[in-house]
Design a protein around this ligand. Sequence first.
Ligand SMILES: Cc1cc2nc3c(=O)[nH]c(=O)nc-3n(C[C@H](O)[C@H](O)[C@H](O)COP(=O)(O)OP(=O)(O)OC[C@H]3O[C@@H](n4cnc5c(N)ncnc54)[C@H](O)[C@@H]3O)c2cc1C
Length: 62
Amino acid sequence: MAKLIGTENASRVIDNAVQLFGGRGVTRGSVVEQLYRDIRPSRIYEGASEVMKLVIARDLIS
Ligand SMILES: Cc1cc2nc3c(=O)[nH]c(=O)nc-3n(C[C@H](O)[C@H](O)[C@H](O)COP(=O)(O)OP(=O)(O)OC[C@H]3O[C@@H](n4cnc5c(N)ncnc54)[C@H](O)[C@@H]3O)c2cc1C
C-alpha cells in the first residue's frame, strides 16, 4: 500500500512540477526533467501500480 501511494503521489507531484516549469520542465538536463524520468519507472518496477491494486484488493477481500 505504501509503495502504491508513495509512487503515485510522487508521480503526481513531479507531473505538476513539469507543468509549472513549462518548456524548461521537459528540457533535457533540467532538474525537473531528470526527476520526471527518475520517478516515472517507480510505478512500473517492483510491482506495477495496477498489479499492486490487484494484490491489495485480493488481500482486503480474503
Ligand atoms: C528501471 C527498472 C528497473 C528494474 N529493475 C529490476 C530488477 O532489478 N530486478 C528485476 O527482477 N526486475 C527489474 N525490473 C523489471 C520490473 O520489475 C518489471 O518491469 C515490472 O515487473 C513490470 O513488468 P513488465 O515490464 O513485464 O510489464 P508488464 O507486466 O507487461 O506490465 C505492463 C503494463 O500492464 C499492466 N498489467 C500487467 N499485468 C496486469 C494485470 N494483471 N492487470 C492489470 N494490469 C496489468 C501493468 O500494470 C503495466 O501498466 C526493472 C524495471 C525497470 C523499468
